[in-house]
Every structure is written in structure tokens, then in C-alpha cells.
Design a protein. Structure first.
Length: 193
């Protein structure tokens, strides 16, 4: 005979499922982030375009994984529904860790940074298209001095943009070092069957 589960039993089973899915997606997010930076130095001559195209292509996949992980992380801690939350100090098996709540905020911050990078990529792409049209104008004799000046400024901006992307990626990697420690603590303390 099968007995009906109480509402709280469903809630606990959902929490366990959301925690497992959060953990799975967190690992995928980390590996997707690592895949954003292909081997080689993007500042080497001729590699900026390939590096930039790789980043622009892969970051959307990374963003989707990050959003999914965040959704599971929020569901795991009953984000916005504090009345369902039991702290770990009161319930060692099903209680919510402070680290889990911090992990939600950490993922939100990563998503915000990712969306900023995507926006910068889209802006840079428009500037590159404009630069290409400027190159076409340069071939015409009229106004080539003006075009050459703008072209030089765009080239300098490309170098600055590359440095900015490299710095952002470095900062995200530093954040992941904190996140990985946090994630390790959460996995170690939770024992869902």
C-alpha cells in the first residue's frame, strides 16, 4: 500500500532535486567558463579576431547554463519564500546553509558580469562593422585623412577592448576560486539521497 506524502515531504524532495541539479549545472558553468578562453595569447598579431569570435560564440552557451544553475540554486533555498526555509543549524539533513544563499548571490553577480560582457561584445561588433565601412571609404580619395584618423583611434580602441576583456575574464576566474570553495563546502555538508 502506497501512502500519500505530506506537503513537507514533497517540498523536501523538491529541495533535494534542486540541490542536485544546482550542483550539476554549477560544474557545467565552470567548465563552460573555462572553454571561453581558448589557448594562445589573444593579443598576438592576427589572433584578436579569432579569439573575439570564439568568445562571442561561446558566451551565449555559458549564459544559458548560468541562468539554469541560478534558477536551481534559487529554488533550492526557496528564494523569496522564507517561510519554507529551515536553517542547517536546526536540521542537518535538509536545512539551508548560509553558503547556499551566498551561492545564489554569487551566481547573480556572475550573470550580471556575463550580460555586461555580452553587451560589450555586441557594441564592439557594431564598431568593427563601422570600422570595415570606414576602410571602404579610405579607398576613395575624398576625405581619406579624416578616415585614417578615425581608423587609428578604432585600432587603439580595439587594443583597449582586448585588455578590458582579458581583465574581466581574470576577475571572473578569481571569483570562481571563491565560488568553487563555497560550492565545495555546500557539497561536503549536504547529504541528499
Amino acid at each position: 500500500m502506497i501512502t500519500a506524502l505530506h506537503h513537507s515531504d514533497y517540498t523536501l524532495k523538491n529541495r533535494a532535486f534542486n540541490c542536485r541539479m544546482r550542483n550539476r549545472y554549477y560544474e557545467e558553468v565552470y567548465y563552460a567558463f573555462r572553454a571561453l578562453t581558448p589557448g594562445g595569447d589573444p593579443s598576438a598579431p592576427g589572433t584578436y579576431s579569432g579569439w573575439f569570435q570564439h568568445l562571442a560564440k561561446e558566451i551565449k552557451h555559458y549564459e544559458r547554463l548560468l541562468m539554469t544553475c541560478l534558477e536551481y540554486a534559487q529554488a533550492a533555498v526557496f528564494y523569496g519564500k522564507a517561510d519554507n526555509a529551515t536553517l542547517y543549524s536546526k536540521d542537518k539533513r535538509w536545512g539551508i546553509l548560509q553558503e547556499e544563499i551566498f551561492l545564489v548571490h554569487f551566481l547573480q553577480e556572475l550573470l550580471s558580469t556575463t550580460r555586461y560582457i555580452i553587451s560589450r561584445i555586441e557594441t564592439d561588433r557594431m564598431l568593427q562593422q563601422w570600422s570595415s565601412s570606414m576602410q571602404d571609404m579610405k579607398a576613395k580619395p575624398v576625405g581619406s585623412g579624416f578616415v585614417t584618423s578615425i581608423q587609428q583611434k578604432l585600432n587603439a580602441m580595439n587594443a583597449a577592448t582586448l585588455d578590458e576583456f582579458k581583465e574581466l575574464m581574470k576577475h571572473v576566474m578569481e571569483r570562481f576560486q571563491i565560488g568553487n570553495t563555497l560550492f565545495g563546502t555546500v557539497q561536503e555538508l549536504q547529504n541528499f539521497y
